[in-house]
Design a protein around this ligand. Sequence first.
Ligand code: HMH
Length: 220
Amino acid sequence: MNLFERLKVDAAPQWQDYTKHAFVEQLGSGKLPLECFKHYLVQDYLFLIQFARAYALGIYKSPAISDMRHSLEGVKAILDVELELHIEICGRWGMRREEIELASEDTPTMAYTRFVLDAGMSGDLLDLQAALAPCVLGYAEIGKRLQLAGSDVPENPYQRWIQEYAGEGYQGLADGFEAWFDTTGEQVLTTARYPRVLSLFEKACRLESDFWQMGLNATQ
Ligand SMILES: Cc1ncc(CO)c(N)n1
C-alpha cells in the first residue's frame, strides 16, 4: 500500500463523504441544478488561484530539484489548463473572466485555501502534500468513476467537466502526484509523525465536502 492508499483507508469516512457527496452524484446523473454548478464553478476559479499559490509554495518548500519540478507541474496544470476550462464553461453562460475574478470568495473557499497554505507554511513539503492530496487525487478518482458510469446518462450537461477530470492529462497529473507523495513519505515519514499527516489529509477531505455543500446550498 502506498501512502495515499494508507491515508484513504484510515480516513475512509471523510474520503467517502467527499468523493460520494450528493453534489458529485447529481453531477454524474446530470440532475444537478445549473445554479449550483455555476456557483461552484465561480468559487472553484477563485479556489484555483489560491491553489496555484500553494503549489508555488511547494517549490519554495522543495528539498530537491525533482520536487521543484513536481510542484511546477501543479502550478502549470492550474494556470494553463484548469483555469481555462472554467473560463470556457463559464463563457457558455456569457460570464467573462473579469466578472469571475471580481466575485467574492465564500467562507468555504477561504477556509479550504487558507488551510492548505497554512499547512504548507507552518510545515514541510510532506505536510503541504498531505493537505493538497485530496484535491488532485480525489478529483481524479471522481472523474474516472463518473466517466465510467456516464454511458447510462445521455447528454449530461456536465460532460465537459467530467471529461476533463477523467482525461489523460488530469489522470497523468494525479498519478505523478501520487508517486511523488509516496517518495516524500519514504524520505521523511516516521511512525510518530503519521497522525499529524493523517489529520491534515482528513481535514482537507472535510473542507472538500464543505466546498461541494456550498454549491448545493446555492439553490436555497
Ligand atoms: C475544490 C476543488 N478541489 C479539487 C480540485 C481539483 O483540482 C478543484 N478544482 N477544486
